[in-house]
Design a binder for this molecule. Structure first.
Ligand code: B12
Ligand code: SF4
Length: 455
């Protein structure tokens, strides 16, 4: 669900402003819908992550300006938080970029636009002034989430999202930012290692209201680190049980946070509906984890895995391979740990990604110092996601190995129908002995399900 647009759309006074959210994944003809509203619109806002999402964002922005040259176009989201000026410099059709949390910024921006003033006093933005010069205002410090108005899900057609997802799953975000410092992640750069969250009472009351209204069966928490405070999480879980909120939920956990929770704590979460966790491991090598400033121990990952296995909670353990100067030994450790975790429970998955130097991270700063060139315009950034754009750290041989390993691993330990059991056994043997020669099964699947691949 478009949580960013819901967040900024919900803070405007509904008596004064009409907010229209248009989502190209849901609307069959988004440009037509935009045109219907453009004539009397106050401004046009766009959210963009780094990479492929920028392509659509640029296309739509250019179309909008062709129709209404005078409309202020505001871009926000992770990419403009990282590239406030560059985004404006390279695309004349964008007027303002927003950095970090957008609720207060958007509210203030709309007020200045209505008054035909320059947004000179609005913090956390970068804009093109009347003379065409790019001006960067002072940053905005993170505000407490409780201070914002409730998210108004009526701004979107919730049923259409349920339909598209194939389940009545509501997306929700209960905290912003993160206290940690992982050197491959943009969060410490954007939120300066600050964190804020909705308080348990406010959150559970809101969830109860949403549950009664939309009858969702699953809640997808999109927080970076939902388990930041054990007491908060347990209070929320207990309140959910008390109120008999009968839905399942999924969230992200750091292994160190999980390792500080008792089995009883995990059980309370499971009783309140916890069905799946996402626990970033990144590397099977402790040395590599330390280099990444992940601040977790591999044993903590196994502690969480054990507890989840005992309680039947599904887990995704994502890994990244191909960090600059990563040794073969470290890659081997990743393969070993991924295989081990995968085989612990049919509902444990270990997706493996290839390192890409995402902007705003310490590792990326270092690879740039060593001569690596990142895209330099917003247009170049829009191609960043695609296969072929993986950096020099993932050799063809490594890439080929991991594509096969990932393919067989996915199949090897998950629940399969009896008819596939012999194939599953074969997949297990292949993974165990790293024997991926003549991958007939993969070739067949690739031939039938070929699609454009993202990196
Ligand atoms: C859901 C999610 C996904 C989904 C959907 C992504 C999508 N394209 O829509 C999926 C699973 C597909 C996904 C995939 C990936 N993701 Co992702 N994902 C998220 C996640 C967990 C939640 C996003 C969200 O809804 N946030 C809630 C909203 C409310 O927050 P927000 O977007 O930041 O919006 C606020 C402000 O930015 C601002 N704002 C935003 N837009 C606008 C617009 C205007 C006009 C204004 C005024 C303000 C404004 O105001 C909002 C309220 O404060 C975030 C982490 C996070 N918690 O944000 C990572 C995150 C966005 N993902 C990230 C990454 C790296 C990826 C992947 C590359 C991972 C991978 N290796 O495959 C891929 C590819 C992404 C792509 N290029 O499309 C990074 C983004 C880095 C970047 N530079 O863009 C994040 C931040 C995680 C991280 N810490 O590294 N992701
Ligand atoms: S990877 Fe997760 S824990 Fe690490 S800094 Fe980013 S959001 Fe925080």
């Amino acid at each position: 669900m478009p949580l960013a647009l819901l967040a900024i759309g919900s803070v405007l006074d509904s008596q004064k402003y009409e907010v229209i959210i248009i989502d190209g994944r849901i609307d069959e003809n988004p440009m037509k819908t935009i045109q219907t509203h453009l004539a009397d619109a106050i401004c046009f806002g766009v959210t963009a992550l780094t990479g492929r999402p920028i392509k659509d964002a640029l296309k739509v922005t250019q179309e909008v300006k062709k129709i209404r040259q005078d409309i202020p176009v505001i871009w926000g989201g992770w990419h403009t938080s990282l590239f406030p000026e560059q985004t404006l410099k390279d695309e004349i059709n964008i007027d303002i970029t927003v950095q970090g949390q957008g609720e207060d910024t958007f509210k203030e921006l709309v007020e200045t636009i209505v008054k035909h003033e320059e947004p000179a006093t609005v913090k956390g933005i970068c804009y093109r002034n009347k003379e065409g010069k790019i001006v960067k205002n002072p940053p905005r410090v993170i505000s407490k989430m409780d201070a914002f108005a409730d998210i108004n899900y009526d701004l979107i057609d919730v049923e259409k999202y349920f339909e598209k997802k194939g389940r009545r799953q509501l997306d929700y975000i209960s905290s912003t930012g993160c206290f940690f410092r992982c050197s491959f992640c943009a969060d410490p750069f954007v939120y300066k290692r600050k964190w804020t969250a909705i308080s348990p009472d406010v959150m559970v009351n809101k969830l109860e209201e949403l549950y009664n209204k939309y009858k969702f069966t699953d809640l997808n928490l999109q927080d970076e680190t939902y388990f930041t405070y054990r007491d908060r999480v347990i209070e929320i879980a207990e309140k959910m049980i008390e109120k008999k909120l009968n839905f399942t939920w999924a969230a992200t956990m750091r292994a160190d946070q999980g390792s500080r929770m008792s089995l009883e704590d995990f059980k309370i979460c499971a009783d309140s509906g916890l069905r799946r966790l996402l626990i970033g491991v990144e590397s099977g090598s402790q040395e590599m984890m330390d280099w990444l400033k992940k601040d977790i121990k591999i044993e903590q990952v196994y502690m969480c895995a054990e507890r989840c296995r005992e309680l039947g909670i599904a887990v995704q353990f994502p890994f990244i391979v191909g960090f600059p100067e990563e040794s073969d030994r470290s890659v081997e450790e990743t393969v070993r740990v991924a295989l081990e975790l995968n085989s612990m429970h049919p509902d444990f998955r270990t997706p493996i990604f290839y390192f890409k130097p995402y902007p705003g991270t310490t590792i990326t700063d270092n690879v740039i110092k060593n001569g690596y060139k990142l895209p330099e315009t917003v247009h170049e950034w829009s191609d960043f996601d695609f296969v072929g754009s993986i950096g020099p750290w993932v050799s063809e041989k490594k890439y080929d190995f991991f594509e096969k390993f990932k393919f067989y691993l996915k199949f090897a330990y998950s629940n399969q129908r009896n008819i596939y059991k012999p194939l599953q056994l074969l997949a297990r043997i292949r993974c165990k002995y790293k024997f991926f020669h003549i991958p007939v099964e993969k070739k067949i699947v690739d031939a039938f399900f070929k699609k454009q691949q993202l990196a």
